[in-house]
Design a protein. Structure first.
Length: 208
């Protein structure tokens, strides 16, 4: 297991590789990022992508927490590897194309985050990475609630302007997830959303 310092150095090397790439390739990546945020008219579409990705990672639990200035999305599936970092940040680049059983194979999903923000983080010890456009950098480990602070959790932190989205909007999105929406999931047993002081848990059918 690499140390946090070794993981941070690896992230910096990945960023240096992106920065030193040929200009046309970087322009293509920037253009793809700009276009990715228009893939859905639903600004919260990315939450559906998190559900799919956590299930692909073999997670049993997914927890979404809206705080005053960010959203935390955490799952207890397979942890983040260095090889996963670039596919997470770049549209059309996927680490899952060889697996015919996974749902999110085509490298589009998390790029829809850009409908909400251009800067976001992922944390899974020893990797702590901040994405900003086509740039990567090590991030400081955040203070996390007890329910998602253990080493088995992969946590995405999405900084947001206050009230974007509102608690009501997030809970409304959650209410649209019914049993039929969850039937395709192979591993996920429960989805918990906490917003505005309220927590609601949806249990995936047939997985108790």
């Amino acid at each position: 297991m690499p140390t946090s310092e070794e993981a941070a150095r690896a992230v910096r090397l990945l960023d240096q590789g992106l920065r030193s790439g040929r200009g046309v390739h970087r322009k293509m990546a920037e253009g793809a990022l700009h276009g990715a945020k228009t893939l859905s008219t639903d600004r919260l579409q990315v939450l559906s992508e998190f559900v799919q990705n956590s299930d692909d990672a073999g997670a049993g639990q997914l927890r979404i927490l809206l705080r005053s200035d960010d959203i935390l999305v955490a799952h207890d599936g397979a942890g983040l590897r260095l090889a996963d970092v670039l596919p997470l940040g770049m549209p059309w680049l996927s680490g899952k194309t060889a697996d015919a059983e996974v749902t999110g194979r085509f490298g589009i999903g998390l790029s829809t985050l850009r409908a909400l923000t251009t800067v976001w983080e992922v944390h899974c010890h020893p990797l702590h990475v901040r994405f900003s456009g086509t740039n990567l950098e090590p991030a400081a480990p955040p203070e996390l609630p007890d329910g998602i602070s253990g080493p088995e959790w992969t946590v995405f932190r999405i900084p947001l302007a206050p009230g974007t989205p509102t608690a009501a909007q997030l809970l409304e999105w959650f209410e649209d997830w019914n049993d039929a929406s969850l039937l395709f999931l192979r591993h996920l047993r429960s989805l918990e959303v906490t917003a505005g002081g309220h927590s609601t848990v949806l249990t995936c059918p047939g997985k108790m």
